[in-house]
Design a protein around this ligand. Structure first.
Ligand code: ATP
Ligand code: MG
Length: 346
């Protein structure tokens, strides 16, 4: 199904089906959905079967629709991964508030002296590397690659990959591990919610104990001075939201280019990680890092820790079907745990 077809079909769903879908994407069991919506379990299943049909997942629906559920999740991982993420994150918190699906279906948002920061390439100890953190599996090689790029002089690295690959998680973890102070510039997930650079700049200057200036360029110079003296990690998340489809900033947010110019300046000690689904093409000195998907060993480790028995060839098939996508790895756990008690073969 094309993205347009998906959007159209999503908008045509009845309010009740959207509600069921939202609960389903949050990983709730049929029983929990039934209780929350005061309907029977079989009605929940009927709704899910109908949703599958309406979203073009017609083939092979069995009685309870389980064969189609993974496909339904895959469809959202492909076209609306933010719904999976938000639904999962807001589980239990958005009762009574406007439905995520209802509120989003109509939007388609989408030369000074040279200083080289040196990252010590010692093997990370277990705690530092996050090896003991099962919400951060399989990224040791990527951490080592980022270390290398920085040691070669990269000031800004753009981590690029499709939605749900794990860009944000990697950037956050890397900065947390390598830097004492981290500044965040979250651009926003939706075109209509793009954060104003002036506000983010003001917030981050205050975080550094600096007074923001009256003018944008004055504030920017103050930030530059700070970054010349301190090794600070900077995160710019979801850059693609502010891009126009050809890698340029949309007109009303072009001031971000000025910030990036400062951050690429060879005199500053700070390091910036940008996460983006789309490549930035503004002629700036930015190093590209194409983030690969998680490998099968990482999925194995993650599911093992979630108490799903991963010792089955099905794991390899599912991993392949979802291209190793980290969000799918996480989201698929919920139906497996809720509906099949962690038995992946069922
Ligand atoms: N290395 C990892 N180990 C375990 N879980 C992970 C890992 N990376 C990502 N995840 C999980 O996958 C989800 C999606 O990851 P993340 O938000 O980092 O993707 P993304 O590439 O930034 O996607 P988007 O383009 O939508 O912003 C996260 O909520 C997290 O739970
Ligand atoms: Mg992200």
């Amino acid at each position: 199904m094309t993205k347009q077809g998906f959007e159209r079909a999503l908008q045509k769903l009845t309010p009740k089906r959207r509600e069921v879908l939202e609960h389903f994407l949050a990983g709730k069991s049929d029983e929990d959905i039934a209780q929350s919506l005061y309907i029977s379990k079989s009605t929940v299943r009927q709704h899910i079967r109908n949703i599958c049909q309406e979203l073009g997942l017609k083939n092979g629906c069995n009685d309870d629709g389980t064969s189609q559920r993974a496909n339904l999740i895959a469809l959202f991982a492909q076209y609306k991964p933010e719904f999976l993420q938000q639904a999962t994150l807001t589980e239990g918190e958005n009762k009574g508030s406007e439905s995520i699906l209802l509120s989003n279906t109509s939007t388609d948002n989408k030369q000074d002296a040279c200083v080289t920061t040196q990252i010590t390439e010692v093997p990370l100890n277990k705690e530092d590397s996050g090896e003991s953190d099962h919400n951060f599996v399989g990224r040791d090689d990527d951490i080592a690659s980022l270390d290398k790029l920085i040691n070669k002089g990269a000031k800004i690295i753009q981590i690029i990959a499709p939605g749900g690959t794990g860009k944000t998680r990697l950037a956050q973890k890397y900065l947390e591990i390598r830097f004492k102070t981290v500044l965040e510039f979250p651009i926003g997930k939706e075109r209509k919610d793009i954060a104003l650079i002036d506000n983010l700049l003001e917030f981050n200057l205050c975080k550094l104990g600096e007074e923001p200036g009256q003018e944008f360029m004055v504030s920017l110079q103050r930030l530059k001075q700070k970054l010349q003296t301190q090794e600070i990690g900077i995160s710019i998340d979801n850059l693609e939201t502010a891009l126009d489809g050809s890698g340029k900033f949309i007109e009303q947010h072009r001031s971000y280019v000025e910030l990036l110019r400062i951050l690429t300046d060879s005199s500053i000690k700070s390091i910036t990680l940008i996460t983006s689904r789309e490549r930035l093409c503004e002629g700036l000195d930015i190093t590209l890092y194409k983030l690969p998907s998680l490998n099968i060993e990482a999925w194995y480790e993650y599911w093992h820790h979630q108490e799903i028995n991963p010792d089955t060839p099905i794991l390899t098939e599912i991993h392949k079907a979802y291209g190793g996508n980290a969000l799918a790895m996480k989201v698929l756990c919920n139906p497996i745990l809720n509906d099949f008690n962690g038995d992946i073969i069922a």
